[in-house]
Design a protein around this ligand. Structure first.
Ligand SMILES: NC(=O)C[C@H](N)C(=O)O
Length: 331
């Protein structure tokens, strides 16, 4: 029998490492409690698909992820991916910001080896906990040659999703991770079934490289709503933000009373990136606002939190708005 592939599980915390007081506690529990060794020991079936080793990188709930966590995790993933004795990497992660980390790695880690980010909606102590199967699926995908070159992937709820496209769309329920463009495939009983492949640039085809990124610039998000005021926009400007994501209403529309503040910020050198608070669809250039005239960028189909990740990564290389727009189309 051929040797099993080597998969490293990098644990960062989240509900997949959570524990509640009773089996009835599906939503009330503490995240980031169970160490990686215990997670892996509780899943002996992993030995059927790979030779698995674990490493505790952080033990936090993912809402508390910072740019420093992103950089440290990315550097560790990159170093492991260069090792000849590592075939695939799994990252266990809280679900709240899982999509941001997955996209960050997708943009910056230069490897063809499968990288799979996984979490759970219920702690392992709960009835119908989903973490064990999600993790088994993640290791299955990370151990598979057919998962190579598809960018960073996410396995939740039997589906294989693109880390670029996927978002958490509901709390409480286990079918939380969706993409408007659909999953790439499914993973069932230790086997992958593929239906499509990503077309946006990622990993080995990316112009960004985590090994060259030492710090990420300040990029923040303001939310559009009825009766919007400019307090947030002006405060972020004063705080020295390098780009501001506007999570606009509808097709990324901007309230008339906010336009002047955003124009003033742009005039001071801050990049303005028009995204939308609407979950799906995409923002068109020069629709709703004259982006060419104001020298603003549109976020394409990226949700505000994903637009923030791409803006930070892009700004490590360029502060040219035309280049930024090209990057938003291509990634
Ligand atoms: N389901 C989860 O993992 C939620 C948790 N708050 C986290 O993101 O760490």
């Amino acid at each position: 029998q051929a040797a099993k592939p080597n998969v490293v599980v990098l644990a960062t915390g989240g509900t997949i490492a959570g524990a509640g007081a009773s089996a009835a506690n599906s939503a009330t529990y503490a995240a980031a409690k169970v160490p990686v060794d215990k997670l892996l020991a509780g899943l002996p079936e992993l030995a059927n698909v790979a030779k698995v080793s674990g490493e505790q990188v952080f033990q936090i709930a993912s809402e508390s992820f910072t740019n420093e966590h992103l950089l440290r995790l990315g550097q560790r993933v990159s170093a492991l991916a260069k090792q000849a004795d590592v075939d695939g990497i799994v990252i266990t992660h809280g679900t709240d910001t899982l999509e941001e980390t997955a996209y960050f790695l997708n943009l910056t880690v230069r490897t063809n080896k499968p990288i799979v980010v996984v979490g759970s909606m219920r702690p392992g102590t709960a009835l119908s906990a989903d973490g064990a199967l999600n993790l088994y699926d993640a290791v299955t995908v990370a151990a598979s040659k057919d998962a190579a070159g598809k960018g960073v992937l996410v396995t939740m709820n039997d589906e294989i999703q693109s880390g670029r496209d996927v978002s958490k769309t509901i709390n409480i329920k286990t079918e939380a991770f969706k993409s408007q463009w659909g999953p790439l495939g499914m993973v069932v009983e230790g086997k992958n079934y593929w239906f499509r492949a990503p077309v946006k640039r990622h990993t080995t085809n990316s112009e960004f490289n985590i090994d060259d990124i030492k710090a990420l610039p300040a990029v923040d998000i303001v939310y559009g709503y009825g009766n919007m005021n400019t307090t947030g926009i002006d405060a972020y400007g004063k705080a020295g933000v390098k780009a501001l994501i506007h999570a606009g209403t509808g097709n990324g529309s901007v309230a008339a009373q906010a336009v002047d503040s955003l124009k003033a910020l742009r005039a001071s050198g801050v990049q303005i990136i028009r995204s939308a608070r609407v979950p799906d669809g995409f923002v068109l250039r020069n629709a709703e606002q004259p982006d060419d005239k104001y020298d603003w960028v549109v976020a394409h189909d990226l949700r505000p939190q994903k637009a923030r990740i791409l803006a930070m990564v892009a700004l490590t290389k360029t502060n040219d708005s035309k280049e930024l727009q090209r990057i938003f189309w291509e990634y």
